[in-house]
Design a protein around this ligand. Structure first.
Ligand SMILES: [Ca+2]
Length: 233
């Protein structure tokens, strides 16, 4: 009896310990309710993670409004009613990639430097490319991109080592009445840079949350790698 109790207490302690070693739950807007003045949200059903690192002297994918922009390309294989995007820098020491997670080569190569961080700023855009065929990369390179949303800071995520809550998070709802802002199947990209004009350097974790399962979702730092991943190579 005593042993059982001890076991239960230890298990509880262990579970609580694990829960304390996680990012906050990534909750959806969809189905949000207010009960007795308290906001209740349901966590995203599917959350995929990308572990990355931008090293010193990296060449950005683009200069936009004087800012050094990097992209993560996403293939979203099914239409989604809502998608959440968040980015945390640096990657907290208690997080490491799981089997399902996407990992950038530079993340593993710069593992010892993972405490370096930047003030994240993110955007989410969709390309007018909706089919995966042999022209995918060429089509994607000349695609038109539609801006869906941008975010600089959120109070929902842990503070950066500076003590400032400068990490980023946003939720995007599919606008069914406006086809140009619908979350249809196709090619998307998360743009990221730093709030102040300057160098983007350090480790980051990007997460994509969805209220529906996204089987076959792929994330990659360039279009060629994305195409290879989409083709299962
Ligand atoms: Ca920020």
């Amino acid at each position: 009896m005593k042993k059982t109790l001890l076991f239960l207490l230890l298990t509880l302690f262990f579970i609580k310990g694990i829960n304390a070693q996680k990012l906050p739950s990534f909750d959806a807007d969809l189905g949000k309710k207010s009960v007795f003045g308290q906001e209740i949200r349901i966590p995203y059903l599917d959350v995929v993670s990308y572990f990355g690192y931008i090293k010193e002297g990296s060449v950005p994918d683009e200069q936009r409004d004087g800012k050094k922009y990097y992209y993560l390309y996403l293939w979203i294989p099914v239409a989604a009613p809502e998608i959440g995007i968040r980015m945390v820098s640096p990657i907290p020491s208690y997080l490491s990639p799981g089997k399902e997670d996407f990992v950038m080569e530079d993340y593993s190569a710069n593992f010892n430097e993972r405490k370096k961080y930047f003030d994240t700023w993110i955007s989410f855009e969709r390309a007018d490319v909706i089919t995966n065929d042999s022209n995918f990369v060429a089509n994607a390179k000349s695609a038109n991109w539609k801006m869906y949303a941008q975010n600089d800071d959120t109070g929902d995520l842990p503070a950066q080592p500076s003590g400032k809550k400068y990490n980023s998070q946003m939720r995007i709802s599919s606008e069914t009445s406006n086809p140009s802002k619908a979350l249809v199947m196709g090619l998307y990209r998360i743009g990221f840079t730093t709030y102040k004009t300057g160098e983007v350097q350090g480790s980051f974790i990007a997460q994509i949350g969805s209220v529906v399962k996204l089987p076959g979702i792929k994330i990659a730092k360039d279009l060629e790698s994305l195409k290879a991943a989409m083709d299962g190579k």
